[in-house]
Design a protein around this ligand. Sequence first.
Ligand code: ADP
Ligand code: MG
Length: 626
Amino acid sequence: MTNEKQTQKKTYQFKAEVAKVLDIVINSLYTDREIFVRELVSNAADALEKRRHYDLINGRGPDSEESLEISIGVDKDKKTIVFTDNGIGMSRDELIENLGRVAHSGAADYLKKVAESNKKDVNLIGQFGVGFYSAFMVADTVTVESCSVDEPDQAWRWTSSGSSRYTVESTDKTRPGTDITLHLKKDAESFADESYIKETIKKYSNFVSFPIRINDERINTIQAIWARSQQDVKEEEYKEFFKFMTPFASDPLDWLHFSTDAPIDLKALLFISSDNPEIAGFGRLETNVHLYSRRVLIQRQAKDLLPLWLRFLSGAVDSEDIPLNISRETMQDSALIRKINRVLTKRILKHLKEMADKKPDQYKTFWENHGHFLKEGIVTEFSDRDALAELLRFESSMTEPGQLTSLAEYVERMPESQKEIYYLAGADRNAIESGPYIEVFRQRGIEVIYNFDPVDDFVMHHLAGYKDKKTVSADSEKLDLPDTLPKTNDDDEKETSKPAPDDVKALTDWIRSKLQDKVADVKASDRLVDSPMILVNPDGAMTGAMQRLMEAANKDFTMSAKRNLQFNPKHKIIQKLNQLRAEDQQKAVLILEQLYDHAALDAGLSVDTRPMVNRVTQIINSMLGD
Ligand code: ADP
Ligand code: MG
């Protein structure tokens, strides 16, 4: 029997903090008012989610339940919008408890701040547990009719006009669920527009996993496919979803769809696009991964969800561990978000490794389009360096042109005595292979990785090593080269033509005195075969390629560390130069300076061309007998 007292209409006072919230919502917030749609839909979706759970634990399978859905009625003439759900519903006590007080203690303060700021961004309203009150931004009267699943033959009507009071009375609604009717304010009557509400739903709530109807038309055709199990989603659906949520017209290159329970509850669907607008020069990509909790959108383009270098991913991440009322401020430094970030990053790295191992062709396409993001990862993110190193690909002195090698393959080919991994920057294969630095490696049959991308030297430098092998630029002074080839007779023959040690020392001193402004040190060296001299990098100095990159990025960059000069005492030009310095000191200096400039060019350093041209002119003149 229904209690007589309870069926009568009763008037209640709002708790003080609700009155405060309502006052701000009604009198101070006029921007982004459309968010009431998202808030009421999200509440309805919550209620449906709870209903689903309730039905499950009460032994009602998915087949026996009526279809759970949200329907929105927009009436232009009556100036009303009605949100209906057949969710969990509310009892009389629950109406009073849930709609008569504010659960989040900071809500009123938050809204006050928003109201006082210029940028009245009310987007966070739902994240402070006051989403329901956003209805009063557009309505002067709000009626909530609700029937709890626990008391299916009793329904209640809650009504308020946003003043300090509300009323509750009995009503004769016949099925569990909630109808919320907004009687629009004069200045908000334009919201009673079907297509406008439709657009707003598409913007905020399209992936709510319950059907949403507006005036009986189903509008959210696309399901929350990330929340479904992998086996149930068709390839076409993935592609459709990808195109829906990204600006790309082409199919995705690949995707990763998984769910975990530990260490956190997570459902994620992450797409790798085929295109990379960033590489095509269309500015910087923004991360396009949205964060959901129970299919309700928490944050679009959630920046903290993934490291910046993974901004080429698009998709959805859904975690039930995230409270729906989390604020963006707390999200930024939330341990939970960091945990999700780690889990996602690890899974993606693993996925890419699998692609590289099992689908090398697809990986090559990936690498060509997105490889620079991984390189950025190595330079910016210490924690993933080892995993990222496995994903790097380069041409090398042992690959065919256009073919790529991994560091793992490189190491596998190394002779046992080799302790370092060598790399060398150059514009292309030809530039590297015709330069002087490769000589000693070619002679000894040691593989060198080719760095064609200007950032590659930075990457190798940051990497510092792979497994227990150091990564060393081939233009470094100190090379711990393995003796892979026995000395040949040929070497012995050359040995005899080498000037006496005394002479080498005198020559070294002379070169040093003439080039002291330009080089840090001068040494005779046996690493050269065809070239008379090279510039090498003392320990820790930037490679020529790195220096060029710095110069390009910063005009005032002047920190060019002096390099060491190594010359080949067996080289014909050096021997002639040695003779010449006794006969014609001036000419010898001219030639030495010219040789130095050649070495600087080979090292990729910028060379002042004016003195060089003058010098060449002098040399030509002297050759022509001037
Ligand atoms: P939040 O959703 O963050 O809890 P709201 O102000 O949006 O804050 O809603 C307050 C409470 O009102 C909800 O927690 C829920 O208990 C109840 N509620 C709101 N709308 C509905 C609905 N359609 N069905 C059932 N309960 C609802
Ligand atoms: Mg809410």
